[in-house]
Design a binder for this molecule. Structure first.
Ligand SMILES: Nc1ncnc2c1ncn2[C@@H]1O[C@H](COP(=O)(O)OP(=O)(O)OP(=O)(O)O)[C@@H](O)[C@H]1O
Ligand SMILES: [Mg+2]
Length: 327
């Protein structure tokens, strides 16, 4: 076992999360000296601490002991470890009306998943329930293995999201908004602000008051705010609303970059099916609160049909196509 390699891996994972040695030590209930010892290749964590470390950084124990991420694991080990979001038998009602019925879905590390369905199908309700803005009637939701019922804070620390309009202070600059996000998330190294602003292409206007922004600029700032915490999963409800064709193209580039280079998972709900087809690896169709289909994008590419045609075909007759991932 290469202690030095394991140590460097732990060090890099900690830096990715902008954590100090002390912060990591506190989370794992060990001393900062122990963290320092691992990171300098003078020891490795015990089994329980390895498990906790794995949960904290969304990596497997095997990856920790190998000292590197296993990017091939999605193909080789689809059932374990790399699941970032796991929704199991989720149901939700408003009063007597059932809005979501036994929804099951899993999202893997680095996947870009499109959530599509007719108006009123339950997409926003599903997203809000995942984010714990609504309480589920039954079922479980795990984010990076944290059950939201028991470990809400840890679970939500792995998520960045924009649902409806981004949450922004209008009377201060975009820059100040991002500083506040850093402050409220205890992020001390604010150099991350520069990189997210550059990523979303808002450098020229970031010092202006948010109230002077166009809708698309606000969306970009909202995305920057969602990315500051370096989430493992980004959840976006109709993010192309208000974006011009340049904005849509930029968003596509950003999401691909985050998925490929940062291994971030993305769940994106949208009615612009051509765009969903362009960006996503996997498609989930929901209708009347039930998961109708869950398929890889290559399935329609191989058949040379558009997502729009497939969507219309699959949503036409719910009974025929009813699909439930009972696992
Ligand atoms: N807070 C609420 N109280 C009562 N009913 C609600 C509430 N939010 C949503 N609903 C109902 O739940 C159903 C699903 O709504 P939801 O907003 O999840 O649909 P959607 O798939 O996001 O639709 P759209 O494509 O129009 O955004 C609708 O019938 C809606 O009226
Ligand atoms: Mg909606």
């Amino acid at each position: 076992m290469d202690y030095e390699k394991i140590g460097t891996f732990i060090l890099n994972l900690r830096k990715e999360k902008n954590m100090t040695q002390q912060e990591l030590a506190d989370k794992l209930h060990v001393t900062d000296k122990a963290v320092s010892k691992w990171e300098t290749g003078r020891g490795i964590p015990d089994i329980q601490t390895l498990k906790d470390l794995g949960k904290e950084f969304c990596v497997t124990e095997k990856e920790l002991l190998n000292g590197e991420r296993d990017f091939k694991k999605k193909e080789t080990d689809p059932n374990h470890h790399s699941i970032v979001l796991d929704v199991h038998n989720l149901s939700k009602s408003f009063g007597k009306r059932k809005i979501l019925s036994n929804v099951n879905l899993k999202i893997y590390e680095g996947d870009i998943v499109g959530l599509i369905g007719p108006n009123g199908a339950g997409k926003t309700t599903l997203i809000k329930t995942i984010l714990s803005l609504y309480k589920a009637d039954t079922g479980t939701i795990k984010i990076c293995n944290y059950l939201i019922d028991n470990e809400l804070e840890n679970a939500l620390s792995k998520v960045g999201s924009i649902v409806e309009n981004p949450d922004l202070y209008q009377n201060i600059s975009g820059w100040k908004n991002l500083q506040i996000v850093c402050l409220t998330n205890h992020i001390k190294d604010t150099s991350i602000i520069n990189s997210v602003v550059k990523l979303v292409g808002l450098e020229d206007r970031i010092k202006d008051n948010v109230k002077s922004y166009s809708l698309g600029m606000k969306q970009r700032l909202g995305l920057a705010a969602a990315l500051i915490r370096k989430p493992k999963i980004l959840i976006l409800d109709e993010p192309t609303n208000g974006l011009d064709p340049y904005g849509i193209k930029d968003l596509r580039k950003i999401l691909k970059y985050l998925s490929e280079k940062e291994n971030m998972s993305i769940l994106i709900s949208s009615h612009i099916l051509a765009e969903v087809e362009n960006i996503c690896d996997r498609i989930i169709i929901i209708k009347e609160g039930k998961l109708l289909s869950n398929f890889g994008i290559e399935e329609i590419k191989n058949k040379h049909i558009s997502l729009e045609d497939e969507f219309l075909r699959r949503t036409k007759n719910v009974e025929e196509n009813l699909y439930n991932e009972n696992n």
